[in-house]
Design a protein around this ligand. Structure first.
Ligand code: GKR
Ligand code: MG
Length: 453
């Protein structure tokens, strides 16, 4: 069923009819707000998946052989199905299962009525369902999501190269991981051919590869892995290899002591640093580093919810906020951050965790609807093993460091049921139920503790 703008206004502005009440945890059922009973949710299907992941290194340890996501399909009475993707792990899967009772019988048009109930089950639960509602509305109207939410304010969205130190994909300990449930192997059968990257030279070579392959102009080094002076040298090697036009970032995920962060910060200040992301933990320490180095600072760790903002007004730890619809209250929350950021003098970028193509499309639509989101967004998408995405056809294309805003209805992508089934079978077979970077790291480097550097 296709909805026209007139129907859409009618559907959202109508009276309150108690059509098939949702049994919700909390304070009783929520009466549906859909006078025409249009696009009423008849079922929520959640599919936990596991997708192959190379051994990328971060302060948390080493990425395991798979990363987990939860895929949502919201079926409506009109036959339209909305797609969502959200944070992985069995707790989120369980939250989404519980959410079924809240959403069934409600209209996708009035998903904000369900926000507080769904957010009580987890911000990731809300984000996945909100996305599926928006996708269903867009499909029904024949319009892309960014148009439903006021965009596009730009036709393409720029991304940064996300550079991780790493082990080779066919590292023997990785191949011996008990969770392994596919036929990857050594040499030609390895997940990828980037090899081991644990020196400044290897990092600079990989960055040049990212630039040549995807056209990135902004480069984020994931730090907090090697001794800080090696990571500093890596930034110098990146600057030399990529030239003065390349913008640099480093993100040690708060694994550095304050003194380290100030010392390294002052040394890298002469490089074309776009910003310094979470070198230390907590707003007060971030503020001290900011003052002592004069560098622009950013975070996805010390301001992650609206209630953190009041403290940040006082402590002034950042210049750039990395928004993420999975934890800031969905698209609605991230859009609200735009004018707020402008008001307090912050610019916005986007945070990313390992994800598949539905989230990739979501991030593009979201960024295309926030005028204040002017810095290149993070994405793990280039790390997705070719052929493993769950969307139909080719993965979304990164060209000249950017992705064009999809113009098809909703998210503008389609789910490939066979690929989804394969990723779910891997989830069942591998036995991974939450992210655990520590265990694999300690198998590879038995003395690893993750202590501050
Ligand atoms: O994938 O290892 C990773 C990243 O370190 C991720 O978990 C972080 O959340 O990308 C993130 C960040 O910017 O801190
Ligand atoms: Mg970060």
């Amino acid at each position: 069923m296709k909805l026209h703008r007139r129907d859409w206004l009618g559907g959202t502005g109508g009276g309150l009819l108690a059509l098939g009440m949702g049994e919700a945890p909390g304070s009783g059922p929520i009466p549906p707000f859909d006078a025409h009973n249009r696009l009423t949710i008849t079922d929520l299907k959640v599919t936990p998946i596991a997708l192959p992941d190379p051994p990328l290194l971060a302060a948390s340890g080493c990425h395991g052989p798979y990363f987990l996501r939860n895929i949502i399909e919201l079926r409506t009475d009109s036959g339209t199905v909305g797609l969502g993707e959200t944070v992985g792990g069995e707790r989120v899967t369980a939250g989404l299962e519980k959410a079924r009772a809240i959403v069934v019988g409600q209209s996708v048009l009035s998903y904000r009525r369900l926000a507080s109930r769904l957010q009580a089950l987890g911000m990731g639960v809300y984000a996945g369902i909100e996305l599926a509602c928006l996708d269903a509305i867009g499909r029904a109207m024949g319009r892309p999501i960014c148009e439903l939410i006021g965009g596009p304010v730009r036709d393409s969205v720029e991304f940064a190269a996300y550079l991780f130190y790493r082990y080779a994909a066919d590292h023997p300990v990785v191949l011996a991981d008990p969770h392994l449930a596919d036929s990857r192997g050594k040499g030609d059968r390895a997940l990828d051919s980037w090899g081991e990257v644990r020196t400044p030279e290897a990092m600079a070579a990989m960055a040049a590869g990212f630039r040549d392959r995807w056209g990135f102009r902004t480069f984020k080094l994931k730090g907090g892995v090697l001794p800080p002076k090696v990571e500093r040298d890596s930034l110098f090697a990146l600057a030399e290899r990529l030239g003065p036009g390349a913008k640099l970032r480093i993100d040690p995920n708060a694994r550095w002591k304050k003194d380290t962060a100030i010392r390294i910060g002052n040394e890298i200040a002469r490089l074309p640093m776009e910003y310094y992301e979470d070198p230390v933990s907590g707003q007060p320490a971030m503020a001290e580093v900011r003052k002592a180095t004069g560098l622009k600072m950013s975070t996805n760790m010390c301001v992650t919810k609206f209630t953190d903002i009041r403290g940040a007004m006082r402590t002034e730890p950042i210049d750039v906020l990395l928004v993420d619809h999975h934890y800031f209250g969905g698209f609605a929350g991230c859009q609200a951050l735009g004018p707020l950021a402008k008001g307090v003098g912050w610019t916005l970028s986007q945070h990313s965790n390992s994800h598949a193509g539905i989230t990739m499309a979501a991030m593009v639509h979201l960024a295309a609807s926030i005028p204040e989101l002017t810095l290149a967004s993070d994405t793990h998408y280039p790390w997705l093993v070719p052929g493993s995405d769950i969307i139909e056809g080719q993965a979304l294309k990164i060209e000249n460091g950017a992705i064009r805003v999809p113009t098809g209805p909703g998210l503008g992508i389609a789910l490939d049921p066979d690929r989804l089934a394969r990723a779910h079978a891997t989830y069942k077979k591998c036995g991974m139920r939450r992210r655990d970077d520590r265990t694999l790291m300690r198998r590879i480097e038995p003395g690893w503790t993750g202590e501050l550097l």
